[in-house]
Design a protein around this ligand. Structure first.
Ligand code: 9GP
Length: 831
């Protein structure tokens, strides 16, 4: 490996290597140094923000030393690397995670206390890195944690949005979106002003013929935007491996502004180029499971994949290997179809820039990429108008057409009698306007395609990608069931439970091998253990109750059953079913005599989640939840028996408070719509039970924890189509109890009925696409079973312990090992 410092001088570097702190005293020294030098503060003006900043800088310095060594080691050993391309990385806070992963949280706690601060208050100062919408982005973050923990040489590539997902405020019961200024102070990133890539847009294609008669295409003209790299260290847990997440930021190429225009007095347009360029990485599109063909979004996608590929190819070329070794050295995973243009871009680099033959290049491309599908929802499957692609990326469109042509030729040969198959599988949809089907392009350009839970992988094989299974055979299609990192989602979010578990599992080894949780199972019947377990759950509920009081003003009783549904608001996730169920419960309680009421179990129904700003129905659902809360929470007759809470601005750091405090959580999507879901795993791992449909990963959770430890209800995926058909073409009668709920809403009990007309209409008269009425009865009945089970606290806790003991499968470490073996063919780099 080439080094910029010549051999004789390296000794001096070796002698002066920075020393990382490894105890409380060393930590304190670093904090004071950062407060007084980096931050230019002192004992006279060091507030919690300064303490947070200095603590983060101290830990960042530590991580960076490991980061440097990791990068050197990976370069030196030159083994195969994984590149995870994701438009979203929902990282949450970094400080707590860094402290735990390097094993110095206790030292930091004591040190901060000596310096006059409580560690909890310091941690809270950090702004979430919210560069994602929901499950897809959080999965990417869990995968980075596992890749580093398992010592895989891996980089993440994403966009450095200036504004992450908006901050949600609830005003008069409605969602209001506020920009998220998360970059105000971010000690976790390193700007690399020396790592830049020029990215081209628009322009035209020139064809020329070489002396040997070969035609070559070159993409010329158009506009150049500069991509600047920002690196974020990703520490593994209890390992020195610290991987890299590289985020690209856009900048005008050729300087800050146009001096000529400025000097001639045209101030506005002198900065216009700069502003236009910076817009590319300015905002995260706030849609979850919904794609809207906006030009800026396509620009974001190309900008990010082109910069990332340039970087990957540059690194590969340094190794001086031959091109055919590219797939032996590099695996690129496409997180959903968002980075699919990377397939086209690599083919372009190989044929246009490096001069490889088409077939040789295409072989390299398809052996390099793997594609993960995360949804079957038609509204979430990406398609781009051909005209837009042509305008923005003229050369890429030609390559897409060629890829399609060669692909369709092989299909035609294999299926000579099926004329229609060509239309069905064509990457170009012959619609008005014509569209590029990104999922098809991703399949054709990858060697493996995976779904994210068994049911989901079966569904994509049987429905949206059925023809491709025929064409390529079923080996190309596989499943990797999602998982979560137990470091953040147990050890960090629920430290007391993690400690208690460690006492029965032979220490904290379970955080690296989650199957060791099975040692808990034999203690499910142990009275003392159950008591300790219950005490921790109660303390976590007290912590959440305090958060609820602080943020909503409502007092809830921590002894009540906490029933939680937190996730993006979406009709398919059916928060409407939940709130209709809550209204039904309220009406049932109201109809009781005071004596009967006294016998009822108290409940707190907790909702949280953001609605996409343009998703009107989702916003109405939030409004209904808040309107019901306003009535129920002030009904003296009901008192503690029922409270309805909407938690504002659900994000990763709030999830860390909410998951450990739940008794039952709701994962109630219409069967066949939720690809996997991952919060279901977080809740069970934190000792809560779940009520859910037979959908996504709920099915595998049931397989693992056992049917008696989960509350399943509702129709099955295989019945959905028939039911929908019956709604449209047969008679559609609404469940009688649900009809009562509708009538109550229409009476105006929860505010202006008109506001909720569309929600009711969707069920009553517009085909009830999400089967709310079909599943309502079984949903209510199952909640009765939940109540009954909760009354027997001993058994309930035993169920929780048993479930946690059986959750080993759902660690993201297992996912990464499966990807590594089945898709990437990479080995960890043993430190
Ligand atoms: O909706 C799925 C969710 O079920 C899954 O857990 C997550 C991670 O695989 O991906 C979500 N999909 C999307 O956000 C868009 O495809």
């Amino acid at each position: 490996v080439e080094a910029s410092i010549p051999e004789p001088q390296r000794d001096a570097w070796q002698r002066n290597q920075p020393r990382s702190f490894s105890d409380k005293n060393g930590f304190e020294q670093e904090v004071v140094r950062h407060v007084e030098t980096t931050l230019a503060r002192s004992v006279f003006n060091c507030d919690e923000i300064a303490a947070y900043s200095a603590t983060s800088l101290a830990f960042r310095d530590r991580l960076i030393t490991d980061w440097n060594k990791t990068q050197q080691r990976q370069t030196y050993r030159d083994t195969k690397r994984v590149y995870y391309l994701s438009l979203e990385f929902l990282m949450g806070r970094a400080l707590d995670n860094a402290m735990l992963n390097v094993g110095l949280k206790d030292a930091a706690k004591d040190g901060l206390q000596e310096l006059g601060f409580r560690i909890e208050d310091v941690i809270k100062q950090e702004h979430d890195a919210a560069l994602g919408n929901g499950g897809l982005g959080r999965l990417a973050a869990c995968f980075l944690d596992s890749l580093a923990t398992l010592n895989f040489p891996a980089w993440g590539y994403g966009l450095r949005y200036r504004y992450g997902i908006f901050k949600q405020e609830i005003i008069d019961g409605y969602q209001v979106e506020v920009p998220d200024y998360w970059l105000d102070f971010n000690p976790w990133e390193f700007p690399r002003h020396d790592v830049t890539v020029d990215i081209q847009f628009f322009g035209h294609v020139n064809k020329s013929t070489k002396a040997d008669g070969k035609t070559i295409s070159s993409w010329e003209g158009g506009e150049i935007v500069q991509a600047v790299a920002y690196d974020v260290p990703i520490p593994g847990y209890a390992t020195p491996t610290t991987n890299n997440l590289r985020l690209w930021s856009s900048k005008a190429s050729g300087g800050e502004f146009d001096f000529q225009k400025f000097n001639s007095g045209d101030y506005e347009s002198s900065v216009a180029d700069q502003q236009r360029a910076e817009t590319i990485s300015a905002v995260l599109y706030p849609n979850d499971n919904l794609e809207r063909g906006k030009e800026l979004r396509l620009k974001q996608q190309y900008f990010w994949v082109a910069a990332s590929l340039y970087d990957i190819v540059r690194r590969f070329k340094k190794s001086k290997r031959s091109w055919k070794e590219f797939p032996d050295q590099i695996a690129i995973q496409l997180n959903d179809t968002h980075p699919t243009l990377a397939i086209v871009e690599l083919q372009r680099i190989l044929i246009d820039v490096e001069g490889l033959e088409w077939d040789v290049a295409w072989n390299i491309v398809t052996n390099t990429f793997g594609y993960t599908n995360h949804t079957v929802l038609p509204e979430a499957l990406e398609k781009w108008p051909v005209g837009l692609v042509q305008h923005l990326l003229p050369r890429h469109l030609q390559i897409i057409y060629d890829i399609n042509l060669f692909f369709l030729q092989t299909v035609e040969k294999a299926f000579p009698k099926d004329r229609d198959i060509l239309r069905r599988v064509s990457i170009i949809e012959e619609s008005q306007p014509k569209m590029v089907r990104m999922a098809y392009l991703a399949i054709v350009g990858s060697h493996k395609v995976n779904g994210v839970a068994e049911l989901h992988s079966d569904l994509i094989r049987a429905t949206i990608f059925k023809d491709f299974v025929e064409i390529y055979g079923s080996d190309k299609f596989t499943n990797v069931t999602n998982g979560i990192t137990p470091r953040r989602w147990l050890h960090q979010a629920n430290p007391r439970l993690s400690e208690l578990i460690a006492t029965k599992c032979g220490g904290h080894g379970f955080l690296k091998d989650l199957t060791l949780l099975n040692k808990l199972e034999k203690h499910a019947g142990d009275k003392d253990f159950r008591r300790e377990w219950a005490e921790i759950k109660y303390a976590n509920k007290v912590r959440l109750a305090k958060h609820i009081k602080d943020t909503t003003g409502v007092t809830v009783n921590p002894a009540a059953l906490f029933d939680v549904q937190v996730k993006r608001i979406h009709e398919y996730k059916r928060q409407q079913l939940n709130i209709f169920g809550v209204i039904h419960r309220y009406l049932t309680l109201k109809a009781m005599t005071p004596e009967e009421r006294k016998k009822q179990l108290a409940r707190v129904s907790i909702f949280g989640g953001k609605a996409a700003p343009g998703y009107w129905m989702a916003k109405q659902i939030i409004h209904l939840v808040n309107s019901v809360g306003a009535v129920v929470n002030n009904d003296e007759e009901i008192g503690d028996l029922l409270k309805v809470i909407f938690l504002e601005d659900y994000n990763v750091s709030k999830a860390e408070i909410i998951c450990p405090a739940s008794d039952i959580s709701e994962h109630i999507s219409t069967a066949g719509t939720e690809a996997s879901g991952t919060s279901n795993m977080k809740f069970v791992l934190n000792g809560g039970l779940i009520i859910g449909t037979c959908d996504g990963a709920n099915i595998e959770i049931t397989r693992e924890v056992g049917e008696s430890n989960i509350f399943l209800f509702g129709n099955l995926a295989e019945d959905v189509e028939d039911l929908r058909h019956a709604h449209t073409y047969g008679s559609h009668s609404i469940d009688a109890d649900l009809e009562k709920v509708f009538l109550e809403i229409e009476k105006g009990t929860f505010g202006t009925p008109h506001d909720f007309g569309a929600m009711i209409g969707a069920v009553r008269s517009h085909g009830d696409y999400y089967l709310v009425s079909d599943d309502f009865h079984s949903y209510i009945e199952t909640h009765h079973l939940v109540d009954a089970a909760y009354r027997n606290q001993d058994e309930w806790i035993a169920k929780c312990i048993t479930s946690v003991a059986r959750m080993g499968f759902f660690t993201s470490d297992r996912c990464i090992n499966e990807y590594a073996e089945e898709i990437w063919n990479v080995e960890p780099l043993v430190v």
